[in-house]
Design a protein around this ligand. Sequence first.
Ligand code: XMP
Length: 514
Amino acid sequence: MAQNKILILDFGGQYNQLIARRVRECGVYCEVRNFDSMTLDDIKAYDPKGLIFTGGPQSAYGEGAPSIDGKVFELGIPVLGICYGAQLMAHKLGGRISSAPTSEYGRTVVSIDNKDGVLEKADDENICWMSHTDYISEPPEGFIVTAHTESCPVAGMEDRKRGFYAVQFHPEVNHTQHGAEFLRKFVLGVCACEQDWQMGSFAEKQIKEIREKVGTGKVLCALSGGVDSSVAAVLLSKAVGKQLTCVFVDHGLLRKDEGNQVSEIFGPDGPYDLNFVRVNAQQRYYDKLAGITEPEAKRKIIGEEFIRVFEDEARKIGKVDFLVQGTIYPDVIESGLGKSAVIKSHHNVGGLPDHVDFKEIIEPLRMLFKDEVRALGRELGLPDYLVNRQPFPGPGLGIRIIGEVTEAKVKIVQEADAIYREELEKAGYGSKVNQYFAALTNMRSVGVMGDFRTYDYAIALRAVTTTDFMTAESADLPWDLLQTVTSRIVNEVDHVNRVFYDLTGKPPGTIEFE
Ligand code: XMP
């Protein structure tokens, strides 16, 4: 039986990924596509059980405003319009849009007028997240008004007979009370989707498809020990067995003991059969990084060197047809749908260009969100500590050492970081904080130890809470925990005499230091 699908048409909204995540959380598959990337025939061929039109920054009457063929409303497919999507629906079906006398941004009290449709679970006065300057001043014929606010006469409207639903607020945002339930009602109730998006059946289907694609070819996978590449590697190994080789490049910028831990799990003595190859390229990296202080230059060198090492390994293996990458859906959405400024040239170990002579790239996770990759990992039998790992950047400690990277500095930051992680986990903060690490500043200052003057480095500690890693807050760690960590670091790690805790959020900081 064909899979149930919801198609989300993106009109430039900030929260489109969230909409997709909420739909997936209902156990229903969905994809986000640009509003102008699909013709009416494409939509029909895609065969969605429902359509969602996202928000967007434009005004529906504005010049060049994103629009859609009005015949989409004749396909017999239920539609949910959100914010701009709601206004577009009203506009296309003969309603009226006006510029609101007062814009509504953020938390807004919405009065619910009718709960027989998607707003079934709403409170009478429901707090919702708003972000709009235009509003629907007159709903199209056939619609009833289901919600309003003090300054917005149509905060919700529905034409249940035709299956059209619209909300001016953002149900996908956590700040909207019962928002997830509104989406759930649309997806499971109105569109009558079955909850057939499960990681178990996804794994089976992927394994079958990969086998067909690869045939008898050889497959190479860059394995860093991070969640995405580990899940991709194990999935591939289930599909093609001995035809797969996994290459783990130890660039000398890993956390303390990490190289050995990754080798233990994925090497020949571990539970997986991955043809695991560890390349000890530490010196190669230290040589290349000598004297380099500029963050972007360091990132580029580390990324480039990775490719060179990888090419050398590919040549040793002989003709390799397929390369596995651990690309996930947010990468696809971000690179395909929006244009944002480059803050850092992120280097994903899986994100290789096709420098090496590969017939095809396999990206088995490209349609999954991070939490789904973790669920798939569990499905494939990967242990919890692996699937729940916090992110670790491709350039590793190279971007947690401010300024020049040397082997001696790597050792300092490794030791300090190990102490920090050990104490944080012991105090029960390991699962409460989303990312935490120590970084080595290039600041040296005077101290005194055992009656001697010291002139040594300062370690910076970072701990952040975040859901999407795009914004973050500094974690509120207890003072005594920070004191324990500080005293252990200055006592146990050579060449450190001071410890700082970074209180900066993102923005204006970033999570990593470089
Ligand atoms: P920033 O520092 O940009 O980091 O706030 C956001 C998240 O991305 C991780 N990060 C990277 N991940 N390659 C990666 O795979 C990279 O080059 C890279 N740089 C940053 C960072 O650890 C945080 O989780």
